[in-house]
Design a protein around this ligand. Sequence first.
Ligand SMILES: Cc1ncc(COP(=O)(O)O)c(C=O)c1O
Length: 434
Amino acid sequence: MTNRGTSLDPWYDSYAQRTAGLSASEVRALFAVASRPEVVSLAGGMPYVSALPRELIHASLDRVMGDDLAMALQYGGGQGLRSLREHIVDIMALEGVRASAEDVVVTTGSQHALDLLTRLFIDPGDVILAESPSYVGAIGIFRSYQAETVHVAMDAEGLIPESLRETIASLRTRGKRIKFLYTIPNFHNPAGVTLSRERRIEILDICRSNGILVLEDNPYGLLWFDHPAPQAIRSIDDEGVVYLGSFSKTLAPGFRVGWALAPHAIREKLVLANESAVLAPNSFGQYVINAYLDAADWKGQVDTFRGLYAERRDAMLAGLREFLPDLSWTEPDGGFFVWLTLPESLNAKAMLPRAVKELVAYTPGTAFYADGRGGQHIRLSFCYPTPEQIRVGVKRLATVVNDELELLDTFGSATRPTPVVRPASVGAPPTDVA
Ligand SMILES: Cc1ncc(COP(=O)(O)O)c(C=O)c1O
């Protein structure tokens, strides 16, 4: 039997089963529209790289173009540039992690580290535990390796240890194989919350006693506003935790350089997997970042980013208090995101076309669940728009929410037709995935 009749793709029958998990985001078409300048996008998680002085990057490039050029243009080692790995060890020390450059593996963004680790650990049907909600890009990877992602409840202090215990027990009763817990303890994407110190210890204890590896994904840790986050989970345990870091938020995502710090045995496999996937991570990007970390005031630059994002967070919280005072939301102490809860009667995904028509975009909560939940939630990003744009965007969002509620009051259901939006343009930035 052929499926050609159901698809224009002549290779439809040839794809591997796991590609069934590769799906374009349902809201990507809308985001292409939302990237028009008149729309205030509170959707994407793009760092505000314009705050990075050009001279800093220029100086690093100059050095690479001189002394390092031949090496920067060459293939490198599968584990990454040694001197960059030494810098990475110093960076992780800022969050309490003691490590050796031997155990660091440089990857193509932390996204690739996540992919490689999933490849190393997951057979189809294995379970990955993740916060409820969790990072959309991780859920996509887990799906593409045919893992079952099971969400564990969280609250304002992050993942709830008791829920973790119960979830593990219930999965074990059903004979499921749990491979790892994927957690974003600091300034969570999308929830904006931070895991308390006490819970870090308890969660680690639960995972240890159940033989479950912890994958600690920490791209936002240095971007704190009022207080630094508690020390990394990896600072408490060298053996049971793989730590993922990234230069995407503290420098720029365009370099596509991140890393994994793994226990010795896992690290060896990770290097092999890295070599098999890409031979070696991007040499040029690594050399530029290495030169930047050698010579630039990079900590001062991180302070600049922190100040800028804190101001934007304040603008968003002030806007929410002013325009949507009856709703509830998280109050992040760092990172890029606020998690907004809508009244039960509203659905964030259904409402999005109307929001885009009102010239504001957001990411519906359904993107952050593997199981279809999240309709009552919205992720709002404050990293990219200016404080003034954020205020305008939240005001527009309030108009949409209030109109929807009014409509429900009048007719009992949202009867207005969904506005038509232009389809996605090819090459639109993937503003919904970060
Ligand atoms: C929680 C989380 N993990 C990983 C990534 C991927 O980052 P990178 O650019 O290092 O691949 C992101 C990007 O937004 C993220 O939010």
